[in-house]
Design a protein around this ligand. Sequence first.
Ligand code: G3P
Ligand code: CA
Length: 243
Amino acid sequence: MSIGKIFAHRGASACAPENTLPAFALAARQGADGIELDVHLTKDGELVVIHDETLERTTNGAGLVGDHTLAELQTLRADNGMPGFADARIPTLRQVLELAAGAGLLINIELKTGVLLYPGIEQKTLALVAELGLQRRVIYSSFNHYTIAQVRRLDPQAETAYLFSDIICDVEAYAAARGVRGLHPALYAVKMPGLLDAYLQSGLAVRVWTVNEEPDLRALLARGADVITNDPARARAVRAALG
Ligand code: G3P
Ligand code: CA
């Protein structure tokens, strides 16, 4: 059985402001295999990397991301209150993809269409990934499974995964029947007896979020599940100890 991979959740977000270039660069330095990031559309149709639909929690702005132009968003601080990162800004998806490609990282793009639908976000994202030649490096996920269907319509070869927090009955069969090759369950879901076994035995890729504590990291990595973690340095240390 192979040991699982490590994806940095919003970058190395335990040590740098989430979803910023410093967090993604740090993930690479800490030895993550990949990064996870969240994508939204601006008022002028640009793809930007930020978690929330709104600006208040992680920036010094206010209101909806989608009510601002890219130029407006780029004036905001995105340091999320973390000292030493005053220059951190909301990055474009292009900036993050270029950084990740340069660092040889896998890229899990989460399309944030669960609250706002952002018409056209799937097409724009796939076009950018293709322009940069990163199709084989990207995994698309979303809580909105119609978004995943749209990604698959646009590119049947795209690697996709269903993201879910509430437990879904027979999610392995549901994914396999739709050509979706990965499951991204919440950590608490795989603590239900039998579920992790079922997911792993299905042959689908299993990437569990958000896994930050050593016992969980150890248990999942050892069994071949990938982890999406805020702390890739800790995950690397745990994995190294597995031998
Ligand atoms: O992709 C896994 C995880 O990031 C999903 O939840 O809210 O952190 O985007 P959230
Ligand atoms: Ca996410």
